[in-house]
Design a protein around this ligand. Structure first.
Ligand code: NAP
Length: 499
C-alpha cells in the first residue's frame, strides 16, 4: 500500500527505448514509484542507441519527432542526426530522474504468467516478480542478414547497419551497400564523398521523396523557442495536427496522395543518365513501402565513384560479391542495410501467458493484438507500439504517450482494487482486427509492393486509422472489452464487467 491508501502495483517495463522512456515518464508523472525498466543495452534510446552508422539522421522533422511532454528548443538541425536524438533521449531520462530506475545490461529471456502476477527471467538467470509487465521492445531491433552463400568467407569487413562498428573506416575503400531502404540511401550519401567506390546492390529500387534533410535549425530559432515555451508547445501541437496529412495520404486515395506520389516521380527525373534512372525506377506506387526521404541521395548516386548494381547477388567470396551475371565486384567492406525482423516484437523472448500458452503459439498466424496494446491470454501485460502500430503514418512519440496514459489508467483501477487481472477478450480483439482488415483495403501500403510492413501471410501490419481514432480507442480503458478477474468474483469472457 502507498501512503494515500492506493494499492501500489509492481511494474516491469522491458526496453528503455523511445516508448519505454515514455512509459517511465508517465509512471513518474502519475506518482508510481514501484517500477523498473529492464534494458539489454548499456544506454537508453533503443533504435537510436543501436544504430550509429555513418550518415544516420531522422527523416522526420525534429520539431515533430519528439515527446509532446518535452519539446526541445535546441535541435541543431531541422532533421536531427542520430547523435542529437540520442542526446535528447538521455536529457529526457535525466530530467525525469529515470536513470536510477533502469537496469542496463539486463536482457529479458522469458516472462511467464504465474497467477496472480508475472515472473520475469533475465538472461543472466535472475528472477523478478511483477503485477504488470509493459513490453516496450520496439519493432526495428533484430537485424535481418540474408543467407547469401559464402557470406562468412568474405576477407574484408562486413557489418549490418544496425550494429555498425565505429572502428570501420571506409575512407579510400571499395564499399558495398546491400539494400536501398531508408538506411541504404543514407549510407550511400555518407560514403560517397570519402570511399574510393560505392556499390549499391539494389534488388528493388525505392522511390525517394526530396526534403531539405541537411538544413540547420537557426540558433535564433532555438533562442526564441527557449524564451517562449508556451508558444513552442502550441507550435508542437499545431505541427502534430498538420502531420495528420501523412495518415490521410497513406490511408485514403485522393489528390493529396497523388500529389506526393508525383513529387517522388518528379524527383526521379533529376537523375540525368537514362540507364541509371531506369535502374532506380520502382515498379510499384510511391508511398507503398516506408517512404524514403532524402535531399542528398540522387546527387550522391550520380557521382562517378558510385555504381548501382541491380543484378541479383549470387554469392560472396573472399574478394567480394558475385552477381548473377558472373561479375565479381571486388570489395573491402560490405554493409548489410537489409532491414529488420520487424514482426518479432518481444520475441525471441519466451513469453508464456495463461494456461501455459506461449506467444509463439498464440501468434502462429502472425502478431495480433487488441488496439496494438494488449494480447488475449496474457493478463496484466501491455505492449507499447505492438502489432498494428502506426509506423507509417502517425507520430510514434504521440502513440507511445497515449498508450502510456491508457496503461496508467488501468494501473489506477488496479490500485483502487477494481481488478486483480485484466486481458482483452478474444471477441474485442477479433473485432479490432476485422476493422483493421477493412480499413487497410484502400491504403497505399496495400497496392502491390513487397515491404517490411507485410507479415508472412501478406497482410499489412500497420495502423490504418487516423490519429483521432487512435485517441478515441486509447483515451480510456474499455472494461467491456476485457476479461476482468477480481478477488470478489471471476467473470467469464461473455460476462465481462462493463462500466
Ligand atoms: P528496409 O527498408 O527493410 O530495406 C531493406 C533493403 O534491403 C531493401 O532494399 C531490400 O530489398 C534489401 N534486401 C533485403 N534482403 C536482401 C537480399 N537478400 N539481397 C538484396 N537486397 C536485400 O530496411 P532499412 O533501410 O534498414 O529501413 C528499415 C526502416 O527503418 C525504415 O523503413 C524506417 O522505418 C526506419 N529507418 C528510419 C530512418 C529515418 O531517417 N527515420 C532511417 C533508417 C531507417 P527488397 O525491397 O527487394 O526487399
Amino acid at each position: 500500500m502507498s501512503k494515500n491508501g492506493r494499492r501500489e502495483p509492481r511494474i516491469l517495463i522491458v526496453g528503455a527505448g523511445m516508448s519505454g522512456i515514455a512509459m517511465g515518464v508517465a509512471l513518474r508523472e502519475a506518482g508510481y514509484e514501484n517500477f523498473e525498466i529492464l534494458e539489454k543495452g548499456d544506454d537508453v534510446g533503443g533504435v537510436w542507441h543501436w544504430n550509429h552508422y555513418p550518415g544516420l539522421s531522422c527523416d522526420v522533422p525534429s520539431q515533430i519527432y519528439q515527446y509532446g511532454f518535452r519539446p526541445n528548443p535546441n535541435w541543431k538541425h531541422v532533421f536531427a542526426s542520430g547523435d542529437e536524438i540520442q542526446q535528447y533521449h538521455a536529457e529526457v531520462v535525466d530530467h525525469y530522474g529515470l536513470r536510477e530506475k533502469i537496469r542496463f545490461g539486463t536482457e529479458v529471456a522469458a516472462a511467464r504468467w504465474d497467477e496472480p502476477g508475472w515472473t520475469v527471467e533475465t538472461a543472466s538467470g535472475d528472477e523478478l516478480s511483477a503485477d504488470f509487465v509493459v513490453m516496450a521492445t520496439g519493432l526495428l531491433h533484430h537485424p535481418k542478414i540474408p543467407e547469401i552463400p559464402g557470406r562468412e568467407t568474405f576477407a574484408g569487413r562486413s557489418v549490418h547497419s544496425a550494429r555498425w562498428d565505429d572502428e570501420i573506416d571506409v575512407t579510400g575503400k571499395r564499399v558495398a551497400v546491400i539494400g536501398m531502404g531508408s538506411t541504404g540511401v543514407q549510407l550511400v550519401s555518407a560514403f560517397q564523398p570519402i570511399a574510393s567506390t560505392v556499390r549499391l546492390f539494389s534488388r528493388s529500387p525505392q522511390w525517394v521523396v526530396w526534403a531539405p534533410t541537411g538544413i540547420r535549425q537557426p540558433s535564433a530559432v532555438a533562442k526564441w523557442l527557449r524564451r517562449n515555451p508556451e508558444t513552442h508547445d502550441r507550435i508542437y501541437r499545431r505541427l502534430l495536427k498538420s502531420s495528420g496529412i501523412l495518415a490521410e495520404i497513406t490511408t485514403k486515395p485522393g489528390w493529396k496522395r497523388k500529389l506526393v506520389q508525383n513529387m517522388a516521380r518528379a524527383h526521379l527525373l533529376t537523375i540525368r543518365d537514362r540507364e541509371l534512372r531506369r535502374k532506380l525506377t520502382p515498379d510499384y506506387q510511391p508511398l507503398c513501402k516506408r517512404q524514403v526521404v532524402s535531399g542528398t541521395f540522387y546527387r550522391a548516386v550520380q557521382k562517378p565513384n558510385v555504381d548501382v548494381v541491380t543484378d541479383q547477388i549470387r554469392e560472396i567470396r573472399p574478394e567480394g560479391i558475385v552477381t548473377a551475371d558472373g561479375t565479381t565486384h571486388e570489395l573491402d567492406v560490405i554493409v548489410y542495410a537489409t532491414g529488420f525482423e520487424a514482426h518479432n516484437y518481444m520475441r525471441p523472448m519466451n513469453l508464456t501467458g495463461r494456461d501455459g500458452a506461449t506467444i509463439d503459439q498464440v501468434w502462429s498466424g502472425g502478431p495480433r493484438a487488441y488496439r496494438m496494446s494488449a494480447i488475449p491470454g496474457f493478463p496484466n501485460l501491455f505492449t507499447m507500439l505492438g502489432p498494428n502500430s502506426p509506423t507509417g503514418s502517425i507520430s510514434l512519440q504521440y502513440s507511445a504517450e497515449l498508450t502510456s496514459k491508457w496503461i496508467v489508467q488501468w494501473l489506477d483501477a488496479f490500485g483502487r482494487g477494481e481488478f486483480e487481472s485484466i486481458e482483452p477478450t478474444e471477441q474485442a480483439t477479433a473485432q479490432f482486427n476485422e476493422a483493421v482488415k477493412v480499413a487497410l483495403g484502400p491504403t497505399v501500403w496495400n497496392t502491390g509492393c513487397n515491404s517490411w510492413y507485410l507479415k508472412d501471410d501478406g497482410t499489412v501490419d500497420l495502423w490504418p486509422f487516423d490519429r483521432a481514432t487512435m485517441r478515441r480507442m486509447l483515451s480510456r480503458p474499455d472494461f467491456a472489452h476485457f476479461k476482468v478477474e477480481s478477488n470478489q468474483q471471476t467473470l467469464p469472457e461473455d460476462k465481462a464487467v462493463t462500466r
